[in-house]
Structure formats: structure tokens, C-alpha cells
Design a protein around this ligand. Structure first.
Ligand code: SF4
Length: 134
């Protein structure tokens, strides 16, 4: 007998039921979040182009003033990047950037601001959320 008067087996069954309910509930919660993110078996994709590195001219940027090539002038996508104090800022030296592949102008990486969504940004790109890599 347990301290609340239940037999050990009914207490175990209740514990098992609660654990399974929590697991199923957690699974529904996760599937709801994944569904909103467009999770499709392995790689979560938000709506829009699969890679921000492939944004076309004039296409909506994921972050304020994201541009694929920070050095392009004039650059309508990221006019603030033209400021003198920002001339050395690129995705490659931003704290949110992680290199995936490529070199130089062809380098691609992930941006942590994408909150785990697998999308690539261009190394030589930039956006207004740039923060110096430590
Ligand atoms: S937050 Fe940093 S890595 Fe992400 S797009 Fe902006 S500059 Fe690039």
C-alpha cells in the first residue's frame, strides 16, 4: 500500500499514464511549432526562398536591410551599410554567423537570428542586426 491508500500497482499505472500524457502532449506541442515553421522531415523551412543567399534583387529581405553583397554600391537593399563606420561589417564577422561552405564572395553560412531554421546567408552580406563577433 502506498501512503495515499493506493496499491503500488495502481500508483505505478497512474504515474505511467501521467508520463505518457506528458509525452503525447509535448509531441503535439512540438508538432504544432514545427508545422508553423514548415518542418518537413529533417530541415525546417520558413516561407520564402530556401536560402537568403539566393534572394533576388527587390525580393523581401529576412532582416532589416539584409543585402547579399555589402560592398555593392549603390545598394538599395542596405543603404545604411554605406556609412563609413560600417565599411568593415560583413556576415562573416558578425556574431550570429557560422560558416558552412565556400570561400570569399562565394562563402555561405547560417545566421543564428534565424532561430535554428536552416537557411543560408552570404558571407559577404550584411544586415542591420550585425553585431561584432567577439
Ligand atoms: S545578423 Fe549577422 S549573420 Fe545574420 S544576416 Fe545580419 S549580419 Fe548577417
Amino acid at each position: 500500500m502506498s501512503s495515499n491508500g493506493d496499491s503500488p500497482s495502481s500508483a505505478n499505472k497512474r504515474r505511467e499514464f501521467l508520463r505518457n500524457t506528458a509525452l503525447v502532449g509535448g509531441g503535439f506541442l512540438l508538432s504544432g511549432v514545427a508545422g508553423r515553421l514548415g518542418y518537413q522531415g529533417g530541415v525546417a523551412q520558413a516561407s520564402g526562398p530556401a536560402s537568403w543567399a539566393e534572394l533576388k534583387e527587390g525580393e523581401q529581405a529576412p532582416f532589416a536591410q539584409y543585402c547579399k553583397d555589402a560592398d555593392k554600391t549603390p545598394n538599395e537593399a542596405c543603404p545604411d551599410r554605406a556609412k563609413e563606420e560600417r565599411k568593415d561589417q560583413y556576415c562573416t564577422n558578425c556574431m550570429f554567423y557560422n560558416k558552412v561552405k565556400g570561400e570569399g564572395k562565394e562563402e555561405l553560412g547560417t545566421c543564428a537570428l534565424a532561430m535554428g531554421i536552416q537557411r543560408l546567408v552570404r558571407g559577404p552580406g550584411w544586415c542591420q542586426s550585425w553585431v561584432k563577433k567577439a
